[in-house]
Write a protein that binds this ligand. Structure first.
Ligand SMILES: [Zn+2]
Length: 267
């Protein structure tokens, strides 16, 4: 037996038990990072299967918790697209360097106390910074632990945390400005944006529809998004062309391929 082999690998399933015990923490981390339950679930289940595949390479050194979080973090980095809503690191640094830049602390605090606004602003902090902020601020990890889990130096972890805090304050302050412009408008922008897709397809109950219509006619920021969605839908429907129907042999090939991979699901 290898000396560095941890006690976790016992014949009574110690590794499995220990990994399983980490699932709730991993899920909470993934949910805060990704902001949606489906992605969080996918991240955790993929993390677990990687953990089992790599269980031979795990040694007790960095600890199971940091090791699993590292796997999840790497999966998330590879799969989370940068979104247009993310604040820019450079812009925020320039903003904070500008001596005339300031925020309204009361408004920022008000946004931070609103769980939805806080979640939304957190998602606007770019991923590499968000993960440090979540591990430190939400999960209560110490910086050396974070550095070890993310495989970065302690100095880099400190730097990311410092920038992440600035970015979150800037994001919250932008939310406060947006919210102030929207006083009296029904629905939060996030709620409105979630409903808009159903609205476009005519699948929205009429009570929600009137709130949404009112939001769209009064909101300071949503109307251009809505206009783009309508424009995109129109352009896509313009692509419909009777010559572009999928040939029957392609349909058959796709169907046969699926049947071949999942024979038990057919007939
Ligand atoms: Zn809006």
């Amino acid at each position: 037996m290898n000396d560095s082999e941890p006690l976790l690998f016992t014949s009574d399933g110690g590794f499995t038990r220990a990994v399983t015990a980490e699932i709730p923490l991993l899920y909470r981390y993934a949910l805060t990072l990704a902001g949606d339950p489906l992605t969080a679930e996918w991240l955790v289940s993929d993390t677990l299967s990687r953990a089992w595949e790599k269980s031979d390479s795990f040694r007790s050194g960095p600890g199971l918790k940091t090791w699993l979080h590292r796997i999840l973090h790497n999966l998330a980095i590879d799969n989370m697209r940068r979104t247009a809503r993310e604040v820019s690191v450079e812009e925020v640094e320039d903003q904070w360097r500008d001596e005339t830049f300031t925020v309204d602390p009361e408004k920022v605090a008000e946004m931070a106390e609103d769980e939805e606004e806080l979640k939304d602003s957190l998602l606007r902090v770019p991923f590499a910074y968000r993960s440090v902020l979540v591990l430190h601020g939400v999960e209560g990890w110490k910086l050396p632990e974070i550095a070890s889990s993310l495989d970065i130096t302690l100095a880099a972890a400190k730097q990311r945390l410092r920038r992440a805090r600035m970015m979150l304050v800037s994001a919250l302050s932008q939310s406060a400005v947006r919210k102030a412009a929207n006083i009296g408008v029904p629905l939060s922008c996030w709620q409105a944006r979630s409903l808009v897709l159903d609205y476009l397809d005519g699948g929205l109950p009429s009570a929600k529809e009137s709130d949404l219509v009112s939001h769209l006619s009064n909101c300071a920021t949503c109307p251009p998004l809505y206009a783009s969605l309508v424009g995109m839908k129109t352009s896509l429907s313009g692509m419909r062309d009777s010559d572009a129907v999928i040939p029957p042999d392609v349909v058959k090939r796709i169907h046969d391929g699926v049947q071949h991979r999942h024979p038990q699901e057919e007939k």
